[in-house]
Design a protein around this ligand. Structure first.
Ligand code: 8IG
Length: 263
């Protein structure tokens, strides 16, 4: 990708002219298991395939959509819902992974809600978990050069409090981002636990870093779709991922609806 910040501004400009809006306020990125929960949220404004915007490509994972949907919220803001994301394991590099976040910032957004489906170390499948902090185990970063971004409070404490107004029983988690696409070995999960991780996944941390660089407020919410490897007796399957996502829909929907009313 050319200068990724420039491409993000181009994508934001393309959005503005395509939708005839000055920008949007909130970006919501939907991970595995979240698409249905976000269906019909807010007042629909417009949508377009992501790959028709500069710098975006079509998604590769079944169950990850590839649409940017604009909706109006009851608080009067405009939310942009990204129904899919690019993952590091696709091999296109880090810039495409964080392009949505940078585009949101260039389009005037102040807040990004990053959701994902992940493996649970100390949370059961079907549980949504507020990300309190992350550990970036990818060996990658979206930042190049002397960009010494402070990551003391990546996941905004005020936004986390807001999420708990909506759903007071939300647990806190520490999300470990692995490169993927293979799931972890049991030894890797044991390592993640030993260093303080409670969730394992393949997204979110790199996007959160780029979001903080751009000055966005970040909220991260994981849906535990499976026990991490070695935590439960059975091996992992994609079917299990899909099933746990379905069972959690009502709770996720309530959470997203409540958040959109407040952001
Ligand atoms: I859904 O168990 C989902 N995504 N790394 N590990 C990792 N990513 C995941 C997992 C998991 N489940």
């Amino acid at each position: 990708m050319d200068d990724p910040y420039l491409v993000a501004r181009q994508a934001a400009d393309a959005l503005r002219s395509r939708f005839g809006i000055p920008g949007f306020d909130v970006a919501l990125v939907l991970g595995s298991g979240w698409a249905q929960a976000a269906d019909g949220l807010g007042e629909p404004i417009d949508e377009c395939p992501l790959d028709e915007l500069p710098g975006f490509s079509a998604p590769v994972v079944a169950g990850h959509g590839g649409v940017l949907r604009l909706v109006g919220t009851t608080s009067g803001s405009i939310a942009a819902i990204f129904t899919g994301r690019t993952h590091l394991y696709e091999g296109r590099g880090v810039a495409p992974v964080v392009h949505g976040v940078r585009t949101a910032a260039a389009a005037g957004a102040t807040t990004v809600v990053l959701t994902n489906g992940c493996g649970g170390i100390s949370h059961p499948p079907g549980e949504p978990v507020l990300i309190a902090d992350h550990i970036n185990l990818t060996g990658a970063t979206p930042l190049v050069g002397p960009r010494f971004v402070d990551l003391t409070a990546v996941y905004d404490p005020a936004l986390r409090a807001l999420a708990r107004e909506v759903d007071p029983s939300l647990a806190d988690g520490v999300y470990c981002q692995f490169h993927g696409p293979s799931y972890e070995t049991p030894a890797e999960v044991a390592m993640a636990r030993a260093i303080g991780g409670t969730l394992v996944g393949m997204s979110t941390a790199l996007e959160a870093i780029a979001a903080r660089e751009a000055g966005l407020r970040v909220l991260g919410i994981s849906l535990v779709t499976n026990a991490a490897a070695g935590i439960a007796a059975e091996p992992l399957s994609h079917a299990e991922v899909v099933e746990a996502g379905l069972a959690a829909q009502p709770r996720l929907r309530g959470l997203l609806a409540g958040l959109l009313e407040r952001l």
